[in-house]
Design a protein around this ligand. Structure first.
Ligand SMILES: Cc1cc2nc3c(=O)[nH]c(=O)nc-3n(C[C@H](O)[C@H](O)[C@H](O)COP(=O)(O)O)c2cc1C
Length: 170
């Protein structure tokens, strides 16, 4: 399976720790994984101009780093959304990468997804999980697993093993 991981964190700390464990397990199982560091990218919000659904024929009028994300969406069998919680949801960079998929409406091949969330506090995941489930319903994609880590679970061996085992079992 080809797996695209969208990492919405702008830094390589807690979310990347979860992503690295996922990649190690998935590659051990023989999957091909591409990690896209959307948190470090310049991706503007959708303008809602509908150029992509008219003259643009699936191409966005805005030329930015989303051009690197779209091919990964198009090629993958599974999408992993990984993000820190910023004000009770995923980061702005991740939101932009999710909403700009509007130019192609849905990833054409993906049938599976997972969600990795890192936060400082407990009980802050409802917004991100609600959005994730809504998107999956809209796209007709099956949820394979949702993993959350707060302090002090972030960076722990137990978290690493849990996510590694999950990915290896895919
Ligand atoms: C702008 C900003 C907003 C944040 N908002 C929340 C929040 O609402 N709830 C929470 O528990 N942690 C919040 N945090 C903490 C991060 O979610 C937490 O430190 C996370 O582990 C960072 O992941 P990273 O190391 O991958 O960047 C926030 C951090 C930042 C920088």
């Amino acid at each position: 399976m080809k797996i695209t991981v969208l990492n919405g964190s702008p830094r390589k700390v807690n979310t990347s720790f979860m992503v690295d464990a996922f990649v190690a397990g998935a590659e051990e199982a023989g999957h091909t994984v591409e990690v896209i560091q959307v948190g470090k990218m310049k991706i503007a919000g959708c303008l809602g101009c509908e150029y992509c659904h008219g003259k643009g024929e699936g191409q966005c009028i805005q030329k930015d780093d989303m051009e690197k994300v779209i091919p990964a969406y198009q090629d993958c069998d599974m999408i992993v959304f990984a993000s820190p919680i910023y004000y009770f949801t995923m980061t702005a960079q991740m939101q932009a990468a999710i909403q700009r998929v509007y130019s192609i409406m849905k990833p054409p091949k993906a049938t599976k997804a997972a969600l990795l969330l890192s936060s400082m506090s407990p009980n802050v995941y409802d917004g991100a999980i609600g959005e994730y489930k809504g998107i999956l319903g809209f796209m007709g994609i099956e949820d394979m697993g949702i993993f959350t880590a707060k302090d002090p679970e972030n960076g722990s061996d137990e978290l690493k093993q849990t996510i590694y085992d999950f990915a290896k079992g895919l």
